[in-house]
Ligand binder design. Structure first.
Ligand SMILES: NC(=O)c1ccc[n+]([C@@H]2O[C@H](COP(=O)([O-])OP(=O)(O)OC[C@H]3O[C@@H](n4cnc5c(N)ncnc54)[C@H](OP(=O)(O)O)[C@@H]3O)[C@@H](O)[C@H]2O)c1
Length: 215
Protein backbone atom coordinates (compact mmCIF):
# COMPACT_ATOMS: atom_id res chain seq x y z
CA UNK A 1 0.00 0.00 0.00
CA UNK A 2 1.14 3.57 -0.67
CA UNK A 3 1.09 6.04 2.23
CA UNK A 4 0.96 9.79 2.66
CA UNK A 5 2.02 11.79 5.66
CA UNK A 6 0.76 15.36 5.87
CA UNK A 7 3.27 17.22 8.03
CA UNK A 8 6.99 17.87 8.08
CA UNK A 9 7.50 18.20 11.85
CA UNK A 10 8.94 15.59 14.21
CA UNK A 11 5.76 13.46 14.07
CA UNK A 12 5.48 13.58 10.28
CA UNK A 13 9.13 12.66 9.90
CA UNK A 14 8.97 9.87 12.50
CA UNK A 15 5.88 8.27 10.93
CA UNK A 16 7.06 8.71 7.34
CA UNK A 17 10.48 7.26 8.22
CA UNK A 18 8.86 4.31 9.98
CA UNK A 19 6.67 3.60 6.94
CA UNK A 20 9.74 3.63 4.68
CA UNK A 21 11.60 1.44 7.19
CA UNK A 22 8.69 -1.03 6.89
CA UNK A 23 9.12 -1.05 3.10
CA UNK A 24 6.22 1.23 2.11
CA UNK A 25 6.25 3.94 -0.56
CA UNK A 26 5.56 7.16 1.30
CA UNK A 27 5.02 10.77 0.23
CA UNK A 28 5.38 13.60 2.73
CA UNK A 29 3.05 16.56 2.24
CA UNK A 30 3.61 20.18 3.12
CA UNK A 31 2.10 23.58 2.31
CA UNK A 32 4.87 23.97 -0.28
CA UNK A 33 5.87 21.34 -2.83
CA UNK A 34 9.41 21.09 -1.46
CA UNK A 35 8.64 21.31 2.29
CA UNK A 36 9.33 17.58 2.71
CA UNK A 37 12.13 17.44 0.14
CA UNK A 38 14.96 17.35 2.65
CA UNK A 39 13.34 14.37 4.41
CA UNK A 40 12.68 12.62 1.08
CA UNK A 41 16.26 13.20 -0.14
CA UNK A 42 17.63 11.49 2.96
CA UNK A 43 15.04 8.71 3.27
CA UNK A 44 15.78 6.62 0.18
CA UNK A 45 14.00 5.45 -2.95
CA UNK A 46 10.62 4.79 -1.33
CA UNK A 47 10.33 8.40 -0.13
CA UNK A 48 8.99 11.41 -1.97
CA UNK A 49 7.57 14.85 -1.21
CA UNK A 50 4.85 17.16 -2.49
CA UNK A 51 2.07 19.47 -1.44
CA UNK A 52 -0.62 18.30 0.99
CA UNK A 53 -2.94 17.64 -1.99
CA UNK A 54 -0.28 15.80 -3.99
CA UNK A 55 0.60 13.60 -1.03
CA UNK A 56 -3.06 12.87 -0.25
CA UNK A 57 -3.54 11.92 -3.89
CA UNK A 58 -0.56 9.56 -3.73
CA UNK A 59 -1.39 7.80 -0.48
CA UNK A 60 -4.01 5.08 -0.18
CA UNK A 61 -3.91 5.70 3.58
CA UNK A 62 -3.06 9.18 4.88
CA UNK A 63 -1.71 10.44 8.21
CA UNK A 64 -2.49 13.96 9.36
CA UNK A 65 0.53 15.11 11.39
CA UNK A 66 0.12 18.86 11.05
CA UNK A 67 0.17 21.53 13.76
CA UNK A 68 -3.12 21.57 15.67
CA UNK A 69 -3.74 25.17 14.62
CA UNK A 70 -3.30 24.24 10.92
CA UNK A 71 -4.86 20.76 10.92
CA UNK A 72 -8.23 21.70 9.45
CA UNK A 73 -6.60 24.02 6.90
CA UNK A 74 -4.20 21.25 5.83
CA UNK A 75 -6.85 18.58 5.22
CA UNK A 76 -9.19 21.10 3.58
CA UNK A 77 -6.49 21.89 1.03
CA UNK A 78 -6.38 18.17 0.16
CA UNK A 79 -10.10 17.44 0.54
CA UNK A 80 -10.78 16.06 -2.94
CA UNK A 81 -7.84 13.64 -2.75
CA UNK A 82 -8.89 12.41 0.71
CA UNK A 83 -12.34 11.18 -0.36
CA UNK A 84 -13.09 7.68 1.00
CA UNK A 85 -9.52 7.24 2.29
CA UNK A 86 -8.57 6.28 5.81
CA UNK A 87 -7.19 9.43 7.44
CA UNK A 88 -5.32 8.78 10.68
CA UNK A 89 -5.39 12.02 12.62
CA UNK A 90 -2.48 12.42 15.06
CA UNK A 91 -3.02 16.11 15.82
CA UNK A 92 -3.73 17.81 19.14
CA UNK A 93 -5.60 21.07 19.78
CA UNK A 94 -3.15 22.42 22.34
CA UNK A 95 -3.25 26.16 23.00
CA UNK A 96 -0.02 26.99 24.81
CA UNK A 97 -0.42 30.76 24.65
CA UNK A 98 -1.59 31.23 28.24
CA UNK A 99 -0.21 30.46 31.70
CA UNK A 100 -1.31 26.82 31.44
CA UNK A 101 -1.99 24.77 28.30
CA UNK A 102 -5.63 24.39 27.26
CA UNK A 103 -7.56 22.88 24.34
CA UNK A 104 -8.66 25.41 21.73
CA UNK A 105 -11.59 23.12 20.86
CA UNK A 106 -12.94 23.09 24.42
CA UNK A 107 -13.97 19.70 25.85
CA UNK A 108 -17.34 19.40 24.08
CA UNK A 109 -15.62 19.20 20.69
CA UNK A 110 -12.35 17.79 19.35
CA UNK A 111 -9.91 18.38 16.56
CA UNK A 112 -10.58 14.87 15.28
CA UNK A 113 -14.25 15.80 14.81
CA UNK A 114 -13.32 19.11 13.18
CA UNK A 115 -11.00 17.32 10.76
CA UNK A 116 -13.81 14.86 9.94
CA UNK A 117 -16.27 17.73 9.41
CA UNK A 118 -13.79 19.43 7.08
CA UNK A 119 -13.43 16.29 4.93
CA UNK A 120 -16.72 14.40 5.42
CA UNK A 121 -15.93 11.85 2.72
CA UNK A 122 -12.68 10.76 4.40
CA UNK A 123 -12.77 8.07 7.09
CA UNK A 124 -11.05 9.65 10.07
CA UNK A 125 -9.44 7.53 12.77
CA UNK A 126 -7.93 9.35 15.72
CA UNK A 127 -4.80 7.55 16.87
CA UNK A 128 -1.30 7.94 18.31
CA UNK A 129 -1.86 11.53 19.47
CA UNK A 130 -1.30 10.53 23.11
CA UNK A 131 2.27 9.31 22.61
CA UNK A 132 5.63 10.90 21.81
CA UNK A 133 6.68 10.53 18.14
CA UNK A 134 9.59 8.16 18.85
CA UNK A 135 7.44 5.92 21.05
CA UNK A 136 4.44 5.85 18.69
CA UNK A 137 6.60 4.57 15.84
CA UNK A 138 8.87 2.27 17.91
CA UNK A 139 6.83 1.32 21.00
CA UNK A 140 9.53 -1.17 22.01
CA UNK A 141 11.73 1.69 23.23
CA UNK A 142 9.45 1.85 26.28
CA UNK A 143 9.25 -1.46 28.20
CA UNK A 144 5.97 -2.99 29.33
CA UNK A 145 2.45 -3.54 28.02
CA UNK A 146 1.70 0.13 27.45
CA UNK A 147 -1.22 1.11 25.26
CA UNK A 148 -2.47 3.41 22.53
CA UNK A 149 -6.01 4.49 21.63
CA UNK A 150 -8.10 4.58 18.47
CA UNK A 151 -11.54 6.02 17.81
CA UNK A 152 -13.56 6.78 14.72
CA UNK A 153 -16.96 6.44 13.12
CA UNK A 154 -15.98 3.87 10.46
CA UNK A 155 -15.29 0.36 11.84
CA UNK A 156 -13.44 -0.81 8.71
CA UNK A 157 -11.20 2.23 8.85
CA UNK A 158 -10.42 1.51 12.50
CA UNK A 159 -9.56 -2.11 11.61
CA UNK A 160 -7.19 -0.87 8.90
CA UNK A 161 -5.57 1.52 11.36
CA UNK A 162 -5.17 -1.21 13.99
CA UNK A 163 -3.47 -3.47 11.41
CA UNK A 164 -1.00 -0.73 10.54
CA UNK A 165 -0.37 -0.02 14.23
CA UNK A 166 0.53 -3.72 14.47
CA UNK A 167 3.26 -3.13 11.88
CA UNK A 168 4.55 -0.25 13.99
CA UNK A 169 4.78 -2.64 16.97
CA UNK A 170 1.41 -2.24 18.72
CA UNK A 171 -0.26 -5.66 19.10
CA UNK A 172 -4.11 -5.45 18.90
CA UNK A 173 -4.53 -6.19 22.61
CA UNK A 174 -2.60 -2.99 23.36
CA UNK A 175 -4.80 -0.83 21.12
CA UNK A 176 -7.81 0.44 23.09
CA UNK A 177 -10.91 1.22 21.04
CA UNK A 178 -12.52 4.38 22.45
CA UNK A 179 -15.58 4.09 20.23
CA UNK A 180 -16.79 6.67 17.77
CA UNK A 181 -14.97 9.88 16.93
CA UNK A 182 -16.31 11.72 19.97
CA UNK A 183 -13.74 9.56 21.80
CA UNK A 184 -11.20 12.09 20.47
CA UNK A 185 -12.54 14.56 23.07
CA UNK A 186 -11.07 12.25 25.71
CA UNK A 187 -7.84 11.26 23.99
CA UNK A 188 -7.06 14.86 23.07
CA UNK A 189 -7.86 16.14 26.57
CA UNK A 190 -5.48 13.45 27.89
CA UNK A 191 -2.71 15.67 26.51
CA UNK A 192 -3.17 17.98 29.48
CA UNK A 193 -2.12 15.09 31.75
CA UNK A 194 0.60 14.05 29.29
CA UNK A 195 2.19 17.49 29.47
CA UNK A 196 2.15 17.42 33.30
CA UNK A 197 3.73 13.97 33.31
CA UNK A 198 6.38 15.10 30.82
CA UNK A 199 7.38 17.80 33.28
CA UNK A 200 7.30 15.41 36.23
CA UNK A 201 9.22 12.58 34.51
CA UNK A 202 11.63 14.84 32.63
CA UNK A 203 11.38 12.73 29.45
CA UNK A 204 8.91 12.32 26.59
CA UNK A 205 9.72 8.61 26.25
CA UNK A 206 7.06 7.11 28.49
CA UNK A 207 3.54 5.81 28.12
CA UNK A 208 0.65 4.44 30.17
CA UNK A 209 -0.31 0.80 30.76
CA UNK A 210 -3.66 -0.46 32.07
CA UNK A 211 -3.36 -2.52 35.25
CA UNK A 212 -6.61 -4.26 36.24
CA UNK A 213 -7.59 -5.12 39.77
CA UNK A 214 -9.92 -7.96 40.72
CA UNK A 215 -13.65 -7.14 40.43
N1 LIG B 1 5.60 16.00 19.05
C1 LIG B 1 5.06 14.84 19.38
O1 LIG B 1 5.76 13.89 19.81
C2 LIG B 1 3.58 14.66 19.19
C3 LIG B 1 2.99 13.50 19.69
C4 LIG B 1 1.63 13.28 19.44
C5 LIG B 1 0.91 14.20 18.70
N2 LIG B 1 1.52 15.34 18.26
C6 LIG B 1 0.74 16.26 17.41
O2 LIG B 1 1.18 16.01 16.08
C7 LIG B 1 1.08 17.19 15.30
C8 LIG B 1 2.41 17.47 14.62
O3 LIG B 1 3.36 17.84 15.58
P1 LIG B 1 4.87 18.16 15.15
O4 LIG B 1 5.55 18.63 16.37
O5 LIG B 1 5.43 17.05 14.37
O6 LIG B 1 4.74 19.31 14.05
P2 LIG B 1 4.22 20.83 14.12
O7 LIG B 1 5.40 21.73 14.14
O8 LIG B 1 3.18 20.98 15.17
O9 LIG B 1 3.50 20.93 12.67
C9 LIG B 1 4.26 20.98 11.52
C10 LIG B 1 3.38 20.82 10.31
O10 LIG B 1 2.19 21.61 10.40
C11 LIG B 1 2.01 22.32 9.19
N3 LIG B 1 1.31 23.58 9.45
C12 LIG B 1 1.62 24.53 10.37
N4 LIG B 1 0.73 25.55 10.30
C13 LIG B 1 -0.14 25.23 9.31
C14 LIG B 1 -1.26 25.90 8.74
N5 LIG B 1 -1.70 27.09 9.19
N6 LIG B 1 -1.93 25.27 7.74
C15 LIG B 1 -1.52 24.09 7.26
N7 LIG B 1 -0.45 23.41 7.76
C16 LIG B 1 0.22 24.00 8.76
C17 LIG B 1 3.42 22.57 8.69
O11 LIG B 1 3.37 22.80 7.30
P3 LIG B 1 4.70 23.12 6.46
O12 LIG B 1 5.32 21.78 6.20
O13 LIG B 1 4.19 23.77 5.24
O14 LIG B 1 5.55 24.02 7.31
C18 LIG B 1 4.12 21.28 9.04
O15 LIG B 1 3.96 20.33 8.02
C19 LIG B 1 0.61 18.29 16.25
O16 LIG B 1 -0.77 18.46 16.10
C20 LIG B 1 0.97 17.75 17.63
O17 LIG B 1 0.12 18.25 18.65
C21 LIG B 1 2.81 15.59 18.50
Amino acid sequence: MKYAVLGTGMVGRAIASRLVELGHETMMGSRSADGGAEWADGAGDLASAGTFAEAAGFGELVFNCTAGSGAVEAVTSAADALAVKVLIDVTNPIDASGDAPTLFTGIDDSLGERVQAAVPSARVVKALNTINADVMTHPGIVPGEHVCFVCGDDEDAKRTAVELLGEFGWPPERVIDCGDLTGARATEAYLLIWLKMWGAIGSARWNIAIERGTD
